[in-house]
Ligand binder design. Structure first.
Ligand code: ADP
Length: 124
């Protein structure tokens, strides 16, 4: 029997209670419902990183990630919080910097929606 390639790149994948969608242009197919999880590629300059200047990245880790990402791509999206249409990144710092240094325009993100209160919690 022939093996047919499966392409899920534009198909929503429903896993348990989470609906995961992929998009290549940074525009979600629909707004994530509260508590839902959406995966999409977001331009680096659309992600605010409020704690960026308070934590230094390990330059060797960044370099290793640059090598790996340029060879096999990003294997694990970074976590991003969306509050009132604005994206905030608090983790995935090395992957983010690796993308910046590679000159990549977008980064694949796992987006969780939150409130201003969620944001305040992350800023503490
Ligand atoms: P970060 O600050 O980005 O979380 P870490 O060094 O703590 O950096 O972790 C690197 C993460 O990057 C790991 O979770 C690893 O699974 C993930 N990752 C995603 N894509 C790659 C890749 N191409 N090569 C190596 N690690 C990758």
């Amino acid at each position: 029997m022939a093996n047919l390639p499966l392409n899920f790149s534009h198909a929503p994948i429903k896993i348990s209670s989470l609906t995961i969608k992929a998009s290549s242009n940074g525009v979600p197919f629909s707004k994530p419902k509260s508590g839902g999880l959406v995966i999409l590629d977001i331009p680096l300059d659309k992600i605010r990183r409020p704690l960026m200047r308070t934590r230094a990245n390990d330059p060797q880790k960044v370099k290793d990630l640059m090598d790996s990402i340029s060879q096999i791509g990003l294997q694990e999206p970074i976590d991003v919080l969306e509050v009132e249409g604005v994206y905030y990144g608090f983790s995935g710092c090395h992957r983010f910097e690796a993308h910046q240094r590679l000159g990549l325009p977008t980064i694949r993100c796992k987006i969780r929606r939150g409130t201003k209160e969620t944001l305040r919690h992350h800023m503490r």
